[in-house]
Every structure is written in C-alpha cells, then in structure tokens.
Design a protein around this ligand. Structure first.
Ligand code: AMP
Ligand code: ZN
Length: 667
C-alpha cells in the first residue's frame, strides 16, 4: 500500500512539474503523449485507491465538476481598486503626492502591464491552493475554486517548500487568439459572438460546468503576495519570489528609478501593446519599497502607493460609406457602418458597429461623414463621434430603416428594448434560413454535412421551409443539388436521422427561441421536463426558475403562443425527436452495452464526463482509462488530443461521438 501511495505522489509531482514547464515556462521536456500517459496512469490509480484523493491533483485540471452556486465569502485581506492616471501630468502629480507623503524623493517604482481581465485572489496554505475568490466588492467575493483549478498557469501546489499561509492577487485573462477561436466557433453555430476577452474571461469564472472552463484557453498572471506579516522588502523581490514558487508573474515588468523612466516604459508599451498576444489597458506603477508602501497606506478605495496609467483606446478617422441593416435569425436588426478601409491597431477596418437606432440618432450621422472610430475590447470597432464641421451641405442624413430590408415588413420595437425586430417570423427568408442553420448547428442537432449554402438552396427551392421539413427530405430531392453525390446525400440523411436521438435540452436550444441559449435551454429542460410542460408555462412559473428573468420568460411564452411554432413542434414530435428530458430521470438500466469497453476523452456538450461514465455503466458497459486492444470504442468529445486518435486508429478501435453514443443507449 505504501508503494501505491508513493507512486501516486510521485506521479502528481511529476505532472505538476511538466504542467509548469509547459504552460508557465513554455519549455516542455516531454511529449504530449507521454504527458497523457502519465496522467492516465495517475487517474487509474486514483480511481482504484480513492483513499488518496487530493483536490489539487493534476487529474482534476480537466474539470468535470459542476458547481451549482458560488458562495459569497469574505476576503481575508480587502481587494482594493486602483487610482487612475490618464496623462503624464497626472502621473507627475501622483509622484509629488508620494514624495510628500514619504518626505523623501528617494523612491523607485515598478512598472507592470495592466492586464485586462478578471481579478482573482488565490489563497495558499501549506503549499497548496486552498481557495480562489473573485474581487466582488473588494470585501467579499465569490468562491470559484473549482473553476480556477482548471487553469493551467495556476499552480495547485507550490514548487518550493513554503508552508506559510498567504494570498496572491492577479488577473485571469483570455488571450486574443483563443478568444477569436471561440468566436469563430460561435459564429459558425449561428450564436452571438462574445463581445470582448475581458468579459468572456470573467464570465468563464462563473460557469457551472468546470470542464467548460477547462476548455477555454484562460491564463493567469499574479502580481501581489499578501500575508499576515511582511514577507518581502520590495515589489520586484516579491515578483521574483512568486515566480520561484511557480506563479506566472507579469511579463515585461521593470524597475524604474525615476518617473521619467516610468514614462518611457509607458510610451514603449502604448505602441507595442498591439503586438502582445493579450489585451492590456495600461501600466500599473507601484512604489517598489514595501516599507514605503506601508507608510503611504490606503485611501478607502485604493492604495496610495500605486497608480494605473490607462492607455487611450486606439482610434482613427474613417469615411462612412453606407449603413447595412442585417437581419438575424431571431429577427433582430443590427446596423453596421460600412467604412472606407483604414488601418487601426494593426488591422484593416472596414466595418464598425452602430448598435441600434438610438446610437445612430445620438451620433447624428450623415452619409459621407468623417467619423472617429475606436477599438476598445470589442471585436469590431465602434464609432465614437462624427466630425460634423467637415460635412458637405448636401449630405444626406442616415435614417434608421422602418421596414425589414429582406421581407419589407414594418419593423417593431418593444417598449424598453434597444433593438428593432422584423416581426415576420414565419415569412422572412433571412430569419427562416438563419433558424434552420442554427437548428442543425453542432451544439444543437448536429446535422453535419448540410452546409449553410445547401440550406439556402433548399429553402429557395421550396423544399425546406422550416426545420421540421428536414425530416421529410428525400434522396431524390437532394441528389440533383450542386456538389451532391450518392455518398454525401446518404450521409446527410443519416445525420438527420441521428439527430432524432439528440437530447431534449439541445433540441430546445435548436428551436432558436430568442434569449434561450445553451445554458438557459438546459435549465428549462431540467425544470419543466418536456416541451408540453414548457409550452403550458406562464410568466409566473417561468420566472420562478432560478436565473430565468422576465425577458426570457416573455420570449418563451411568445414562442409557444405562435400557432406555426406549435404546428412545427407537433411535427417534430411525430418524427420522433426527443421532446422530453432525460436529465432528471433515472436512466432505465439496460444491457445494451454488455461486454463493451469504452475509453472516454475530451469535453462533451450535453453531459459531463462523469455523467457519460455513469451512462456507460448503467447500460452494462465498462469504462477504462487507457486505450488497449481490448477497448471497443473511443468516445471522443471536443479537444481530444490528436495522439489519442492516432493510437485508436492504429489499434483499429472505433471512434464515436456523443450523439452516436447516446443513440446506442437510447435506440
Ligand atoms: P480598475 O479595475 O480599472 O480599477 O483597475 C484595477 C484593477 O487592475 C485591479 O483590481 C487588478 O484587477 C487590475 N490589474 C491588472 N494588472 C495589474 C497589475 N499588474 N497590478 C495590479 N493590478 C492589476
Ligand atoms: Zn423580415
């Protein structure tokens, strides 16, 4: 027994170490494959010997735990905000206050990049991560430890022997490349893209399913250690110590002995920040000497010994060529400014968002106007002002459209809402096509093989007027279409057939009810259990559900009040789609998977890995953690490593996805 324990501890230590080399140092010393192998081995042992459970084991990085709510807890040490400076002059004023407060001008400063993300406070005790808390109001925040554990740059165990209890403060960020990838996927699925990396990073901390957090490429930079006694004499020294303990500390920091050096650092990064892989919104300047920090102390809101120098958002001027009014699948109209292409922050900009009618009115926009555009955190820049003095006398004012650019129906605007809608739900081609595209998208019914263009084509041929029509499509209707062959048509028909096993919560998401995204759909499926019960729900019963607000409730009621929606749903029922939830119910145990052994890998869209595992076992199958010649199926979710796929192929193991798996047990 002692041997097993030692083996587990050794594996954990080695894996923590490799994780650190890979993510923090960016210098891996073993291959991904070897890493995976060790991780599997550890997971196997931990499963076999649950008595050695450790909440900080590297096997728990992949997430899988679900947190229902995040308790509000007190910060042991308050988390302050920072005072801001917007110009060198304000920085010089701050320096004067610091020197006056200390009675000396012998002050040196550290300059760190100001990461634009979500603040976090991590507490370590006896060298292990104990809890992670968001800033909240500074005195209390939300405990999000499970989710933070999945972020690879957060050490679960310190790399040096350091027993003392301390908190370390830092910022969780989402690098730009990862953010863009997430948005590409969302756009492909017909979902609203996320607005900016910062909000997405802070939103991630509150996701209930930690495996979804694990799937996001979040990083963490940590910059301040706080304990009951003074541990270091300077900020620079504490950054070095934090680095030695295994923390990812702010890159590109420097020690400046004069405020002129500070300004040079700021000027440099204001230009260079466009080349960083993540967003920063300024530079944080701190008095380096901790004794001086203590002497200066805090105001009620912020430390006197630090200041955040905020960069101006990047901006430039462009000419407004036209305004495009786009119709979304829910009928919402989005106005977009079409500009003469200009370069802003290193990329060519041709479009800018105009948000809504009020925004256009406020800007007092005319065609041909020279407009100031600014790139904040958003993916597409926005127009901040108009140079009306440069406007020619015969310029034409931009009026918000009154009718749908597609179906010409008069637009409506609900009281209290910013957006206009085309109410022609059942007759507006753009909306209908968009809805079908959304219905078949991967996170909904996952009918792969049917591309957006084919949907459009089928619609225009009158073969696909609603998503219910998918289930009556025939071989003869599809085969004459461009680029279709026997095989591809068969695949499409199979995929459509397969989609009948997609669980209710995903069908509900696929219906495209305004404001009902994946999470809301899951909640509704769980609370109401079936489409019939949901269709009968009223505003009261809906808003009683946790996190379902009046806006969502109204949208649901409106959806089911439409006769055409009810008719479509009746047809979906007839075709055998899953319109009742299996989420709550106890799965009828079967022997459908008798004698089959499964390896489960990656992240799944409608179940956590543990739920999948339970499903396999409930139906008589076995789950093992590594691939071997005895494995029957590799059940692959998202983000499965390529090595695993290769190995499965080598061994001739059948690789299946979640939908296929669910159909195996439900058929
Ligand atoms: P603000 O939210 O604009 O008041 O700015 C204060 C916040 O900046 C802090 O709460 C931190 O979350 C964040 N921040 C980002 N980078 C740093 C850094 N290097 N040092 C201190 N604070 C930082
Ligand atoms: Zn329309």
């Amino acid at each position: 027994m002692k041997e097993v324990k030692e083996q587990i501890l050794a594996l954990r230590k080695a894996l923590h170490d490799h994780n650190y080399r890979y993510y923090v140092l960016d210098e891996p010393t073993i291959s991904d494959y070897e890493f995976d192998q060790s991780l599997r081995k550890l997971a196997d042992l931990e499963k076999q010997y649950p008595e050695y459970h450790d909440p900080n084991s590297p096997t728990l990085r992949v997430g899988g735990r679900v947190t229902k709510d995040f308790p509000t807890v007190d910060h042991e040490f308050p988390m302050y905000s920072l005072d801001n400076a917007y110009s060198p002059q304000e920085l010089l004023d701050w320096e004067k206050r610091v020197q006056k407060g200390l009675g000396t001008d012998e002050v040196s400063y550290t300059c760190e990049l100001k990461y634009d993300g979500a603040s976090i406070s991590l507490t370590y005790d006896h060298g292990v991560l104990e809890r992670a808390v968001t800033r909240g109001d500074g005195t209390q925040g939300d405990e999000v430890t499970q989710n933070i554990r999945t972020i690879p740059t957060v050490p679960l165990e310190l790399r040096r022997d350091f027993k003392e209890r301390f908190a370390i403060r830092g910022e969780i960020i989402l690098p730009i490349e990862g953010f863009n990838k997430m948005n590409e996927q969302r756009i492909a699925k017909g979902e609203e893209p996320y607005r900016n990396p910062r909000n997405t990073a802070s939103g991630s901390l509150k996701l209930q399913d930690s495996s979804l957090v694990a799937a996001r490429p979040l990083q963490c930079f940590l910059y301040q250690i706080i304990a009951n006694r003074t541990l270091f004499s300077t900020q620079i020294e504490s950054l070095q110590a934090a680095h030695n303990l295994g923390f990812h500390v702010p890159e590109h920091h420097t020690l400046a002995s004069t405020i002129e050096d500070v300004i040079r650092f700021i000027t440099h990064w204001d230009k260079e920040r466009k080349n960083l892989p993540y967003e920063i919104d300024g530079v944080v300047v701190k008095v380096n000497d901790i004794a001086q920090q203590d002497e200066l102390g805090y105001t009620s809101k912020s430390p006197r010994w630090a200041i955040a120098y905020k960069f101006k958002a990047e901006s430039t001027f462009a000419t407004l060529v036209s305004v495009q009014f786009q119709v979304g699948r829910t009928g919402a109209i989005t106005p977009v400014a079409i500009l003469n292409p200009i370069v802003l922050g290193g990329t060519v900009v041709k479009r800018a968002s105009l948000h809504n009618a009020d925004q256009i009115e406020k800007l007092d926009l005319y065609y041909g106007d020279s407009v100031a555009i600014e790139k904040g955190g958003e993916i597409i820049p926005k127009i901040t002002s108009v140079e009306s003095s440069k406007r020619s006398t015969d310029a034409k004012k931009v009026h918000y459209i009154t009718h749908c650019p597609d179906c010409k129906t008069e637009l409506v605007r609900m009281a209290g809402e910013a957006d206009h809608y085309c109410p022609n739900h059942d007759g507006c081609a753009t909306q209908i096509i968009g809805r079908i595209q959304h219905f078949i998208s991967r996170k909904a019914m996952n009918v792969y093989g049917l591309g957006n263009e084919t949907i459009e084509l089928l619609y225009h041929q009158g073969l696909l007027m609603s998503y219910a029509d998918l289930y009556t499509l025939t071989y003869d209707q599809l085969i004459p279409l461009e680029r279709m062959a026997d095989k591809s048509v068969q695949n499409i028909l199979d995929a459509i057939d397969q989609s009948k096993t997609v669980p209710f919560e995903r069908v509900l998401f696929g219906l495209g009810i305004r404001y009902v995204g994946q999470t809301v759909a899951k909640k509704l499926a769980l609370s109401f259990g079936s489409i019939d019960a949901l269709a009968k729900a009223n505003l009261d019963t809906l808003t009683q559900v946790d996190e379902i607000g009046i806006r969502i409730a109204e949208s649901v009621v409106e959806f089911f009040a439409s006769l055409s929606n009810i008719q479509i749903i009746d047809r979906l029922k007839m075709y055998g789609l899953q319109l009742e939830s299996q989420l709550n119910k106890f799965e009828p145990v079967s022997n459908k998977l008798d004698g089959q052994s499964f390896v489960i890998s990656g992240v799944f869209s409608s179940h956590s890995r543990d739920e999948i595992k339970t499903l396999v076992e409930d139906h008589g199958g076995k789950v093992s953690s590594s691939l071997s010649s005895k494995t029957s199926f590799l059940l692959a979710g998202d983000n499965m490593g390529p090595k695993k796929r290769i190995k499965a192929n080598d061994l001739g193991i059948v690789i299946i996805d979640e939908t296929t798996f669910l159909s195996m047990i439900s058929a």
